[in-house]
Design a protein around this ligand. Structure first.
Ligand code: DQA
Length: 152
């Protein structure tokens, strides 16, 4: 079982960026933590972060045939990007949306999630644990669908 864990703009600034909202663990620290957590649940995780919308669209398109599912935190593109929504719909891989902060309790402009419209799972406000909840959710979903895994 192989998942792509995608992060959008400014998530490379974790640890520095608004620590009261996003915590003190940096991106590399988070990747190490999630890599180990995924391995423990029998999931091989690969990570990609970009500040550029088109790169994220490319990464989603390239995931087809290479990954069993996608965990995505599109950052601010969550609230603006129909291109990311369309890419997720195009590949139609099992997908789960993550937000480190509880966007439901933040500014009105964070209340729309375009990417979320193509996701089967939504993990919001759990901090970085949300990525592991999303990976666990996708693993169960993919196993229930009975599809052969891309990788063991
Ligand atoms: C975020 C929430 C978004 O509104 C924000 O633009 C981000 C991070 C989160 O993880 O809480 O960059 O997706």
């Amino acid at each position: 079982m192989k998942l792509l864990i995608l992060n959008g703009p400014n998530l490379n600034m974790l640890g520095i960026r608004e620590p009261g909202i996003y915590g003190t663990v940096d991106y590399e620290g988070m990747v190490q933590y999630l890599h180990a957590g995924c391995k423990e649940m029998g999931v091989e995780a690969e990570f990609y972060q970009s500040n550029h919308e088109g790169d994220l669209v490319d990464a989603i398109q390239d995931a087809l045939g290479r990954y069993d599912g996608i965990v995505i935190n599109p950052g601010a593109y969550t609230h603006t990007s129909i291109a990311i929504l369309d890419a997720l719909k195009a590949v139609a891989l099992p997908a789960a949306e993550v937000h480190i902060s509880d966007v439901t309790k933040r500014e009105p402009f964070r209340q729309v999630s375009y990417a979320g419209m193509a996701c089967q799972g939504h993990f919001i406000g759990e901090g970085i644990e949300g990525y592991l909840s999303a990976a666990r959710f996708l693993k169960q979903m993919i196993e229930m669908m009975g599809k052969g895994s891309i990788a063991q």
